[in-house]
Design a protein around this ligand. Structure first.
Ligand code: ZN
Length: 340
């Protein structure tokens, strides 16, 4: 059942749909995206790439499905059984297929003809990185930073809140190395992420957080996670005064490294941490903060999103300005200040 939306969330969702920033699919928390929404989201992804580039991360990209074995291996079903999505597929005779089709045509239950496959939906963009790194043997000295891109991830939590999607892009950076180096990396990025989002005009703040662990034992896990300050979130306002997490920093200690046997150069177990930006949520926060027409956002914000630094920037801005003026001429809209 879908979580109920507050009146503010419902209003925001209907505005986003009316303006075709989001496209309804009939399922709460699953939306198509209009061109303007997607352009901002892609610009955000590129902004994160530029921010992390000086660390020369290794680039890895994975599809939004994960080997079921890997979900099982890291204990996801103990902590988050309520959020997981497993992929089932048809297995049976021709008669079974015909019966399945009949039932499906009547929108009745056809699950008995489906068998669990070796795939699940990826719950976090960093999950496929750990087995891939472990398979290569010991880490080089200094460890490794991985840019895992902006993979689609799945969380089974249908909601009328447009900021709570069942499938969304998590832009993740992963650091693997010695405990002290990993913690220092996380601490540095906490500040940088706040600056990055603040630079886009968002009122963001940092807070200690915990994961949505399942059940009574989960509450204890969450309390211990908070106590050890293993998770931080950057919070911003989206719909209503209740702040929403738009980025998170997770220090896993040796959880993933021990499961897969990721070893440092000297053979000790590595530690890992990841930084994830919720691209759709940041896009929503920008739309709510600066208005529903990105071409009218403050010049400084648009400039940051387009590119930053370097001599090519001004040329690019001029080119964009011309393109906007052309588009405005064709569309009969007053030209903007061209980001200058
Ligand atoms: Zn992660």
């Amino acid at each position: 059942m879908a979580g109920a939306a507050t009146p503010e969330q419902a209003r925001l969702l209907s505005e986003l749909l009316d303006r075709r920033l989001l496209i309804a699919t009939g399922v709460p928390g699953v939306y198509g995206r209009g061109a303007e929404f997607e352009r901002v989201r892609e610009q955000l992804a590129a902004l994160v790439s530029r921010e992390v580039a000086p660390e020369h991360p290794e680039q890895m990209r994975f599809p939004p499905v994960l080997a079921r074995r890997d979900l099982e291996k890291v204990g996801y079903l103990k902590s988050f059984p309520h959020l997981a999505g497993a992929i089932f597929a048809f297995e049976g005779s021709e008669q079974d297929a015909a019966e399945q089709y009949e039932r499906a045509s009547r929108h009745e239950d056809w699950s008995e003809f489906q068998t669990m496959s070796d795939l699940v939906l990826t719950p976090a963009a960093c999950y496929p990185v750990y087995p891939a790194v472990a398979a290569r043997g010991r880490l080089a000295s200094g460890g490794l930073t991985v840019d895992a891109g902006g993979a689609y991830v799945f969380r089974r939590e249908p909601s009328g809140d447009p900021a709570r999607l069942q499938m969304f892009h998590q832009r993740e950076i992963v650091r693997i190395g010695e405990p002290r180096a990993v913690q220092a990396w996380r601490d540095r990025w906490r500040e940088r992420a706040l600056e990055l989002l603040g630079g886009l005009g968002l009122r963001a703040r940092l807070d200690v957080a915990s994961d949505p662990f399942f059940g009574r034992s989960g509450r204890m896990l969450a309390a211990s996670q908070r106590e050890q300050e293993l998770k931080f979130e950057v919070l911003a306002e989206i719909a209503g005064p209740e702040p929403t997490a738009v980025a998170s920093f997770n220090y896993h200690q040796d959880h993933f490294a021990a499961a897969y046997g990721i070893e440092l150069a000297d053979g000790a177990v590595a530690h890992t941490a990841c930084l994830g930006f919720g691209l759709e949520r940041i896009t929503l926060a920008l739309l709510v903060t600066h208005g529903f027409e990105p071409q009218r956002w403050p010049a400084q914000v648009r400039e940051r999103l387009r590119a930053d630094g370097g001599p090519e920037r001004d040329e690019q801005l001029q080119a964009d300005g011309r393109a906007e003026a052309d588009a405005a001429g064709a569309g009969g809209e007053p030209p903007q200040a061209g980001g200058a």
